[in-house]
Design a protein around this ligand. Structure first.
Ligand code: FES
Length: 349
């Protein structure tokens, strides 16, 4: 079969959730604090297992409907924008060009491990830009995954990138310090309990993208009061405020968010949130305060910075069932392929 896939596309396509997860674990120690959470959140937002399942489906649109997917879930449609919440987004043009060059020169016979290739490209970009390599490792990993999901040809198309100039001037230390800030509650604030107010930032690159909420309110409830824009016009899933919501009871999976800063200031994951978020497919962890949360369940005890994904769906159970079916068929194969095995079974029976 003739395909327009490059050798680098083929190399990337050998990597599944498990190999990417191992790669990310290796890379995390080389990623600057300012992008550690952001990179992990981005990889949770764009899982390769879901992409591959849709790609290989007989009817991807039908499957997407079955998985209740809404919004913009294909990276090919957001190559230059999906990662706006990473600090490294400002280096995207250089990273993109370097990854394209790396892909064009790639030779399968000399292929190093995926993590080493990412670090190699990040090192070249850092030298070119005269910045610390740790600031470009996360965004370079994002570029590799984006190319895997979008393909070389789509990745190679010229794109447009938005970058807020004021945000772009901030140093990593400034961004981290803004994330760590809590709202002053006034002189006698320490005496207050329920009437404390906290700021939730939902786009760090936009000075107006924040709302206030009461202490111990859930993130989605606080967002509903934000009528500063026509949210529905921006994204039809946003029926009430900036965070998409439907059920408000951990049943639909619409309200998932990433927590860039302040995860420790949210309530612990309760049993229902933990069970449902795994069923939806967003995260599978026993952590009490993970980076991915359901906004209708996570209550806040301080100022936080979150990211709202461009899509939502319910795919965790489906992917697990697919994986188990594949494992069962692989386990069964040697016996079925082996005529002697049948002969032995016949004799036993
Ligand atoms: S709004 Fe349905 S899970 Fe949160």
């Amino acid at each position: 079969m003739i395909t327009d896939l490059t050798p680098f596309d083929h190399f990337l396509n050998e990597h599944d959730d498990e190999s990417w997860s191992a790669t990310l674990t290796t890379l995390l120690r080389s990623i600057h604090e300012v992008d550690k959470n952001a990179t992990q959140i981005w990889f949770a937002f764009y899982p390769i297992s879901l992409f591959n399942t849709l790609k290989h489906a007989d009817d991807p649109e039908k499957l997407a409907r079955q998985l209740l997917m809404q919004g913009n879930y294909y990276l090919k449609d957001q190559i230059d924008s999906s990662h706006q919440f990473l600090y490294g987004h400002r280096y995207w043009p250089e990273v993109k060009a370097a990854v394209l060059k790396h892909a064009a020169n790639f030779k399968a016979a000399d292929a190093a491990a995926l993590s080493d290739q990412i670090l190699g490209v990040a090192s070249l970009v850092a030298k070119q830009l005269k910045v610390d390599q740790s600031l470009v490792v996360g965004i370079t990993a994002v570029a590799f995954m984006t190319m895997q999901q979008a393909g070389f040809a789509a990745f190679n198309k010229p794109g447009t990138m938005q970058l807020d100039k004021k945000h772009a001037r901030k140093s990593p230390a400034e961004v981290l310090s803004e994330r760590a800030k809590d709202d002053s509650q006034g002189l006698l604030g320490f005496l207050r309990t329920v009437n404390k107010k906290w700021t939730v930032t939902f786009d760090e690159s936009d000075d107006h993208a924040h709302y206030k909420m009461n202490n111990i309110q859930d993130l989605a409830w606080g967002a509903a009061a934000d009528r500063s824009r026509n949210w529905r016009e921006i994204d039809p899933r946003r029926v009430e405020g900036p965070i998409p919501v439907e059920c408000r009871s951990a049943s639909c999976g619409t309200c998932w968010v990433g927590v860039l800063g302040g995860a420790e200031k949210l309530s612990d994951v309760a049993a229902r949130e933990g069970k449902k978020i795994k069923e939806f497919g967003y995260i599978d962890t026993a952590e009490a305060k993970p980076l991915i949360r359901l906004a209708c369940q996570a209550q806040t005890y301080g100022a936080v910075s979150i990211v709202i994904p461009a899509w939502n769906g319910v795919f965790g159970k489906y992917l697990r069932a697919q994986k188990e079916a594949l494992e069962r068929s692989l386990e069964a194969r040697p016996e079925n392929d082996n005529p002697n095995a049948h002969a032995t079974n016949d004799r036993v029976n």
